[in-house]
Design a binder for this molecule. Structure first.
Ligand code: XMP
Length: 518
């Protein structure tokens, strides 16, 4: 692999993705990694990421100097570039001057130089730094400079060491991906032969080796991750996988069918559907406090899953088999953010599923642990999963239950479900699916307003549209949907959905608003 040394998580993840987009498998390692640990991984290349610090700060993240002696090709980016400059004997000047945002750099006359070969002499890159490299280490060629940075990129072809002050992983750096590709393919000589598709064969082998002849259980949520994880495991172990889908009655229109019909048709997986709507709705009766709703839904979900899991275990025992594994759709960003903990964990400590009964102890199968979301989608498509599942936008576990402001009833759910379906239909038809992160549709069941329809007065409920744009749901902005589209959605909802006589648009960013209303 190519190892990305992490000096600040969000940068490292983006770099790892860009390296993979160049057809090279990459993984992230913490900056405290030692030279021996790196050597043991036999990397084909090392990328030092950017980070928020200054090399002069107390406690600034350091790098084991032995790493630069391994003879492995290295690309330093931003902070990584400065760490490299400092360790190799160059000078990093503490200028106190910041360079931030789109910046022009000028390539030295050596345009056939490594990293930047064939690129325009003047180009726009994304910068974000305080300190600057003022002198390159001995033996290094200066490749570029900017107005406030005399050494904005350097190279030593003989030692196969390179660095750029800017962020080539950011799209604002117009030729950024080329820099990454030149480093990987030319300087480090790594071929472009990795893609998410060839993860399938590798994972299938791995799952078989892990599971042996035991049986496996998987909870499906209707979302992308669990669907793809289960499909991979199903490829590996076939009928020895049983999936459990808990229908809590808080799903959107068509979602249960997508799992029960389309997903099963595509994969042939053994599916147990638990119709728990009655149980959930009676437990939720009269409850309007958001946190109480969430707690009840969480508790009932665990109970329903446990019951179904126990049945699967009992049936396996009857047939002389044993359920030993539980599939989880954990993704690479979760692994990196939680410190990259190792392999199998005991299910009882795992928050995604909650507490299973004492006597059920499963080891985890997590076939997506090394993958990013877009790669998971690509694999899902390769496995032939339905687009409605693979392309699905995020939807909260508690479902429509936290999109009814007020208590939850079947009628209110039906109202919201219809309005939500209209919104999804119109956004898709207008081509907005890839532009927005998600668009919660909220029913204000505790609010009524006066309206007029036909020749009568109405006294109905408002529907709130909450279209948001986001990278990771941590922050978000409201999406500027075209007025014509909003008008069409509003018309359709007020005409087609009884009880709704007003449609309003939420124009709050996050923060201060959250994406969901509850
Ligand atoms: P908020 O409302 O916190 O939402 O800005 C951030 C993202 O998380 C989703 N969300 C949830 N997902 N279980 C989930 O699986 C939940 O309880 C839950 N609450 C919020 C929300 O849809 C958004 O994408």
């Amino acid at each position: 692999p190519v190892l990305v040394v992490d000096f600040g998580a969000q940068y490292a993840q983006l770099i790892a993705r860009r390296v993979r987009e160049a057809g090279v498998y990459s993984e992230i390692v913490p900056h405290a990694v030692t030279a021996e640990e790196i050597a043991a991984r036999r990397p084909a290349g090392i990328v030092l990421s950017g980070g928020p610090s200054s090399v002069y700060e107390d406690g600034a993240p350091a790098l084991d100097p032995g790493i630069l002696e391994l003879g492995v090709p290295v690309l330093g980016i931003c902070y990584g570039f400065q760490v490299m400059a400092q360790q190799l004997g160059g000078t990093v000047a503490h200028t106190g001057r910041r360079e931030y945002g789109s910046t022009a750099v000028r390539l030295a006359d050596a345009q056939d130089a490594p990293l930047v070969a064939g690129q325009p002499a003047e180009q726009v890159v994304w910068m974000s730094h305080g300190d600057s490299v003022s002198a390159a280490p001995d033996g290094f060629q200066v490749l570029a400079s900017s107005e406030s940075t005399p050494v904005a990129a350097f190279a030593n072809d003989e030692r196969r060491m390179y660095g750029v002050q800017w962020h080539p992983e950011v799209k604002h750096s117009v030729h950024g991906q080329e820099v990454i590709e030149r480093f990987l393919h030319d300087a480090a000589g790594i071929g472009a032969d990795w893609n998410p598709g060839n993860v399938i064969a590798e994972q299938v082998e791995r799952i078989r080796a892990q599971v042996g002849d035991a049986r496996v259980i998987c909870g499906l949520s209707g979302g992308v991750d669990s669907a793809v994880a289960a499909a991979l495991v199903q490829r590996a172990v076939g009928d020895r996988l049983t999936c459990v889908f808990v229908d809590h009655g808080l799903l959107r229109e068509g979602e249960a069918e997508q799992v029960e019909r389309d997903y099963v048709a595509a994969t042939g997986v053994n599916l147990v559907v638990v119709d728990a709507a009655d149980t959930f709705l009676s437990a939720l009766e009269g409850v309007s406090d958001p946190e109480t709703k969430r707690k009840i839904i969480g508790r009932e979900f665990i109970r329903a899953f446990e019951r179904a899991a126990s049945d699967v275990v009992a049936q396996a025992q009857e047939e002389g088999g044993k359920v030993g594994f539980l599939v989880q759709g954990t993704l690479y960003p979760d692994v990196v953010e939680s410190g990259g903990g190792s392999g199998t964990a005991n299910i009882k400590s795992h928050h995604n599923v909650g507490g299973l009964p004492e006597d059920l102890e499963f080891a985890l199968v997590e076939p997506l642990r090394t993958l990013f979301k877009d790669e998971v989608r690509a694999i899902g498509r390769e496995l032939g999963l339905p687009e409605v599942i693979v392309g699905r936008q995020p939807f909260p576990g508690p479902g429509l239950g936290i999109r009814i402001v007020g208590s939850i009833t079947r009628d209110r759910l039906a109202t919201l479900r219809r309005a939500d379906a209209i919104v999804r239909e119109e956004l898709s038809a207008a081509g907005w699916d890839d532009e927005i992160w998600q668009c919660p549709v909220v029913l204000l069941a505790d609010v009524r307003s006066v309206g007029v329809q036909g020749d009568g007065r109405t006294y109905g409920h408002p529907i709130v549209l909450r279209p948001v744009s986001s990278e990771d749901a941590m922050t978000a902005d409201w999406t500027r949907l075209p007025y014509d589209l909003l008008a069409k959605v509003s018309n359709r909802i007020t005409n087609e959905v009884a009880e709704v006589n007003r449609v309003v648009l939420d124009v709050t960013s996050k923060p201060p608003g959250t994406i969901e209303w509850e």
